[in-house]
Design a protein around this ligand. Sequence first.
Ligand SMILES: C[S@@+](CC[C@H](N)C(=O)[O-])C[C@H]1O[C@@H](n2cnc3c(N)ncnc32)[C@H](O)[C@@H]1O
Length: 294
Amino acid sequence: MRIGVHVGHTGVVAAIRTGVKSSCLILPNWLSVAEMAKNYAIEMTEDGSPTMRIDSGESMHHSGGAWAETLYVYGAALRWALSKTDSSSMRICNVGLGLGYNELLVAALCPQIERLFSFEVESRLVESFEDNLSSISDAYFQNILTQVNAVFPAIDPCLRLLEWRSGGRWRVFPEGLGPDFFAQAQKQMDWTICLYDAFSAQTNPELWEEEFLVQFLASQAGNQFAVFATYACRGSLKRALRRSSFQVLERPGFQGKRNATFAVRGPRQNCDLQELANELRLASQDWKTFSHIR
Ligand SMILES: C[S@@+](CC[C@H](N)C(=O)[O-])C[C@H]1O[C@@H](n2cnc3c(N)ncnc32)[C@H](O)[C@@H]1O
């Protein structure tokens, strides 16, 4: 399955938007009618990286830059964590695979990891990402890789993800995250870094409920060092984090967005919040090139 540029098949649906954001929506003609009910629109953001909107709903990223926002929110958290702990012991959980920016970022920044778990309910996104990793076929994915390569020129994040997957280090949970995930499977991921990139509470209310978040945070690795990062800053989230013994920092959001949240727990608990804020501010800057990373 591909989501990509318009190729002109019979049965293809295309949507063009006007203005700063232009978008092009492609549904290959072998999709079933039920699948066709969900529309995907690729939109360009201001840093030249693409994002996606599903069913004319919420966009996956800020219009100011999908890749720039990824680096600002999740890149800073990962860089900060990498300055405190070895990447080979990291168990990273990413909620919302979407177009895969966070997975590519993890693969570019972390030479080794213990585990990477990705959650995504839209099976077409999972299939599309996995197809593109092994053989890039979509113009938007090529565009994403160009952005990633500009910052990490010495790394092939696709190859690294494929190696992690074949070695059992990277796993995608296509059932998505939700109360059933824990109720049915009693899953204990023991994650140490969580990139919580679900849609907002308007679109995904169940993923932002305090009791659910407390349950989710309990899947973290005991008393070990742990980091939680998200673009959002909801009261329910902050309460859940504090109830789960995380120290919570509200950071300025990306490009004027409302605050983002960064939280830490474990040996660095009770660290100085001002110092933490400064460290994160530094970690969110200077993404020009990481050519030294291999
Ligand atoms: C903000 S987007 C993620 C963007 C992605 N991190 C990226 O960099 O492209 C949110 C994603 O969460 C997915 N999603 C929605 N409900 C979910 C659930 N219950 N569990 C996991 N993912 C879910 C959506 O399909 C969407 O792809």
